[in-house]
Design a protein around this ligand. Structure first.
Ligand code: ATP
Length: 272
């Protein structure tokens, strides 16, 4: 019996690097939300492991143990065949591989009617957060998660198609001892949410722009559009997001950017 699951794009609305452990792992404080757009997977019990990938971003996705989906199934301890429809750009700061892995675990928990025994954090820092799938505050090395009450947001995601090597961006941090997010705002008071969100940061944004200056151009472009409240980069880039007052503004902004840059990946989405 096949099980179909959705793997949404993960967006870091904020990403504060608050320190570094002696083993080199960075400590983070990040508010993570999920888009209503993502990859789709079909997982079927099978006598041996296999993975097939289709979709607009299939090219370059590994078809063996290097694929996080495959490793997620191994961690679960059963063999399955995985059909992955890759709609999200990879190595793009929106957690494609991590979200796929979390979706495979969820499908396998349904199919085999048991919880995973291994620790999904061993697959990657973003896998547990992607397993939550809704607004969550992530702290530590991705091991401390707290559900958040945060209003849904209208956004545009823009990926200019450049790669930003994650280790390089972490190396480029000027300070590795930054303040965290502090208390989250009261979502019942919308103006508080906006003011708070704008006052936060993505500490990886400046080093990512230094590595790939086009990211700075994407953010400038987003900031100048009608109805935009905030423009910021997600994760270690290169995908950036603009948050808009209304879905109509976001839709128009997406059309405008796509027309000006036909080779960029642009999507109007809702984040929650
Ligand atoms: P994050 O937001 O967590 O930083 P990311 O930017 O690292 O995500 P991914 O889409 O997870 O991006 O891809 C990183 C690399 O992982 C890819 O270059 C690819 O080789 C490999 N990879 C492994 N599994 C997958 C998968 N299921 N989908 C896409 N890439 C995968």
């Amino acid at each position: 019996m096949a099980t179909e699951v959705f793997a949404p794009a993960k967006i870091n609305l904020t990403l504060h690097v608050t320190g570094q452990r002696s083993d080199g792992y960075h400590l983070l404080d990040s508010l993570v939300v999920f888009a209503d757009f993502g990859d789709r997977l079909r997982v079927t019990p099978a006598s041996e492991m296999s993975i097939t990938v289709t979709g607009p971003f299939a090219e370059g996705v590994p078809l063996d143990q290097r694929n996080l989906c495959w490793r997620a199934a191994e961690l679960f301890g059963e063999t399955v065949s995985i059909e992955l429809e890759k709609n999200l750009p990879h190595a793009a700061g929106i957690g494609g591989g991590s979200s796929d892995a979390a979706a495979v675990i969820s499908a396998m928990e349904q199919i085999f009617d048991r919880a995973i025994q291994g620790d999904p954090l061993t697959l990657g820092a973003d896998v547990p957060v992607c397993a939550v799938g809704k607004a969550v505050r992530m702290q530590g090395i991705g091991d401390q998660l707290g559900l958040c009450h945060f209003p849904p947001l209208c956004a545009v995601l823009v990926n200019p198609g450049v790669l930003v090597p994650t280790p390089l961006v972490f190396q480029g941090l000027t300070s590795k001892e930054n303040p965290g997010m502090g208390a989250l705002p009261q979502p019942d008071v919308p103006s508080d949410v906006w003011d708070w969100l704008v006052a936060q940061r993505n500490d990886l944004q400046a080093p990512a722009i230094a590595a790939q200056p086009v990211i700075g151009g994407v953010l400038e472009g987003l900031s100048g559009l009608a109805g935009v409240r905030l423009a910021r980069m997600s994760g270690s880039g290169a995908t950036c997001f603009g948050i808009f007052e209304h879905a109509e503004f976001a839709k128009r902004a997406a059309q405008h950017i796509q027309k000006a840059h036909p080779d960029w990946w642009v999507r109007a989405v809702q984040l929650s």
